[in-house]
Write a protein that binds this ligand. Structure first.
Ligand SMILES: Cc1ncc(COP(=O)(O)O)c(C=O)c1O
Length: 343
């Protein structure tokens, strides 16, 4: 693959595509310890055919972004939260912890080394960063791998919505992405492999993605595609589901805080029954990639329930979006420790 060239990129029209940037970080775990790790130019990994990642899915990953501010500084949004979640995901799959401070350091090194690829302020683009750990080495039995790789790569991505947020419709799925006490709380590959078919079915039926219901009874909303769900009740409470099979979204916890402390809304984490959507005047899907995708409506058992509108974004959702993206791009004051400079 040809190395990406920052001078040839059309910053206003970036998608979400892989690009081979100049540098990535790579560390290895062998004989019970991590190597120092270093930046490398090679975008390929050479691993044993018996690696546990290939057979048993022993691997975890993260997704976060670097932002360019109006005064041309580079900053990260709550990377410590990704480090913590990564730690939990690795623990769930019996992989060795990568120290959380070293995780953030590695992310910063990759951003700095590829600084030319952080899109200019004003384009809405960001540098998407993908840390991951995989089990490798010569071992065919179903048990933890003898060796591990930790790598962090990055690529510039465009604004999810170009020219304003547009609501999307979702449909409920008959499939589950994770079991009740399975790996839903961890950011591990198997959950995403399980989501490919339901996503394809939803999109073939004209929906942006599917809403997953609780894997026990299929009565409560869990996630909206690869994003967390939230709703704003008619009396201004920000409500988001709570369950052991939901991925704890950094964006969702940030919105919960902003809803309470900056917008003066009530907040609630609890059950969101699919047959009680009338409580909500607005709804959205939130995550690093989309930030907030307003949900126009949710189809369930043949009926489409529309929240605010199928074409317009609701005012509370818009305010949450403006507050969050303002903090991320450095134009709105951040709560303590939410942004970290890369210098
Ligand atoms: C299944 C799933 N839910 C929710 C999220 C949103 O999490 P975050 O806000 O940390 O990006 C993601 C993306 O990471 C995801 O893959």
């Amino acid at each position: 693959m040809v190395k990406a060239d920052a001078s040839k990129l059309d910053w206003n029209n970036l998608g979400f595509e892989y690009m081979d940037l100049p540098y990535r970080f790579l560390a290895t775990w062998k004989d019970g310890k991590w190597s120092e790790g270093e930046l490398t130019e090679d975008n390929t990994l050479h691993i044993s055919e018996a690696s546990t990642i290939l057979h048993y899915g022993q691997g975890a990953f993260e997704g976060l972004k670097a932002y360019r501010t109006p005064d041309d500084k580079l900053q990260l949004f709550r990377p410590d939260q990704n480090a913590k979640r990564f730690h939990n995901s690795c623990e769930r799959l019996l992989m060795p912890a990568f120290p959380e401070d070293k995780f953030v350091e590695a992310v910063k090194k990759v951003v700095k080394a590829n600084a030319d690829f952080v899109p200019p302020y004003g384009t809405g683009g960001t540098l998407y960063i993908r840390p991951l750990m995989i089990g490798v080495g010569d071992q065919i039995g179903v048990s933890p791998a003898p060796e591990y790789l930790f790598t962090v790569f990055a690529q510039p991505v465009g604004a999810y919505f170009k020219g304003g947020m547009t609501p999307m419709n979702f449909t409920t799925s008959q499939y589950d992405r994770a079991a009740h006490k399975g790996t839903g709380e961890a950011k591990v590959g198997g959950n995403y492999a399980a989501s490919l078919l339901p996503h394809q079915n939803a999109s073939a039926n004209g929906f942006a993605d599917c809403v997953y219901l609780d894997p026990v009874e299929h009565k409560k909303i869990e996630e909206a595609g690869a994003a967390n769900f939230f709703g704003i009740t008619k009396d201004d409470v920000f409500v988001t589901p709570k369950s052991p099979s939901i991925l704890p979204s950094v964006t969702k916890y940030s919105l919960l805080w902003l809803a309470e402390h900056r917008l003066g809304l009530g907040t609630e984490q609890g059950d969101v029954y699919i047959d009680q959507l009338d409580r909500f005047k607005e709804a959205g899907a939130c995550g690093t990639a989309a930030v907030i995708a307003p949900i126009g409506g949710i189809e369930h058992e043949g009926n489409l329930h529309v929240f605010y509108s199928e074409t317009e974004v609701g005012p509370v959702t818009q305010k949450l979006y403006d507050e969050l993206t303002g903090i991320q791009f450095g134009t709105v004051e951040a709560p303590e420790n939410w942004v970290q400079q890369v210098d």
